[in-house]
Design a protein around this ligand. Sequence first.
Ligand SMILES: *Cc1c(COP(=O)(O)O)cnc(C)c1O
Length: 431
Amino acid sequence: MKFYSLNNPEHHVSFKEAVINGIAPDRGLYFPEQIQSLPAAFFEEIESLSDQEIAYSAMLQFVGDTIPPEKLREIVHQMLDFDFPLVTLEENIAVLELFHGPTMAFKDVGARFMAYCLGYFSEGNREEVTVLVATSGDTGGAVANGFLGVKGVQVVILYPSGKVSEIQEKQLTTLGQNITALEVTGTFDDCQQMVKKAFLDKEIRKHRKLTSANSINVARWLPQLFYFLFAFKKAKSIGKEIVFAVPSGNFGNICAGIVAQKLGMPARHFVAATNSNDVVPHFMRTRQYQPKVAKSTISNAMDVGDPSNFVRILNLFDNDFTMLSQNFSSYSFSDKATKATMKSIYNSYGYLMDPHGAVGYLGLKKYLENCPDCYGIFLETAHPVKFLPVVEETLGFVPDIPPQIQKVMTGKKSTIQIATYDDLKAYLSKN
Ligand SMILES: *Cc1c(COP(=O)(O)O)cnc(C)c1O
């Protein structure tokens, strides 16, 4: 299987090149040339397969011959060493918990898979690869944790000083080894600008191989399709049509779900739930795609004004709006509605949601109004303690801190402070 650039169908690369480049030289996103359905028997017998077997079969065609089958098996076994529980909340509604990984964010799976792939591709290479990434919170921790100790890979994470939560800061500044945290005097946008500039800087690229670790990278994007297959395996015996609702920011996660459908997974519909950053809901109403400056909300991992993976979703439906709208809807919700939902779900069921999960629940409820007999699954993308201040303010108490978070809180923060692009360049040039 090859990948091509969405800006130029003539530009083809292998999975390995797509992972190492991150984005095509023409700035296009990489996209699979074709997606072959898995055999019908795979879905008929999915209950008898382990999560690792499911992941291996689903990933095989994308990886092609760039990773030997035994190695791919080893990778999925190592990365999937935690659970993905499907918890029933109401009749016909369940929550798929994606926060049982090492940093309690759903990004753990993609970050780990990418780290293992890049580690494998760097074996025997004399030249190190540097993963350069800007984070507004959760990405940094998941990437730091996934890449910790991977040989041949240096990780440099930029984050805005004072603008990430205490837990998030600890997760990305206390690990050491091949992980360096650059604490930037500025905003997340400043961090992102600096990273973009570094990627285009020939002087830096002359002596450093740089790649990115956001959901644009196919090795971070595609493994997210596992979640949908794992949930299908658990919900299949209910015998109803399944609807997935995904709290969406850059739309990588939901786009991977649609890839699972392309692989042959029966799913009736996908709902992308957003906060007030409503570029996609607006597009679905008007067919006008109008990027905006991102607004700050309480579900801040979804504060995105120009979702990078939406173009991949359009391509999965051959840019046909009718096909798209038969399979995909998108709704936007305010912070006020999100908080009210966190409260009412806690009061009714004793279930603690983070603000992102609550947005997903709202999206699902809205779609199910028209399909009361569907079975709805919404994705809970982070543990509530990752967004402690909002959860505490909304529910009026501090939830228990799980052991993997407690452990990181005792670590010692170590960062390098930078303020300008020249500081970043100096760091990348001398280390
Ligand atoms: C990144 C993130 C999202 C958004 O995921 P996309 O794939 O960018 O749509 C949602 N919730 C949480 C907690 C996240 O960290």
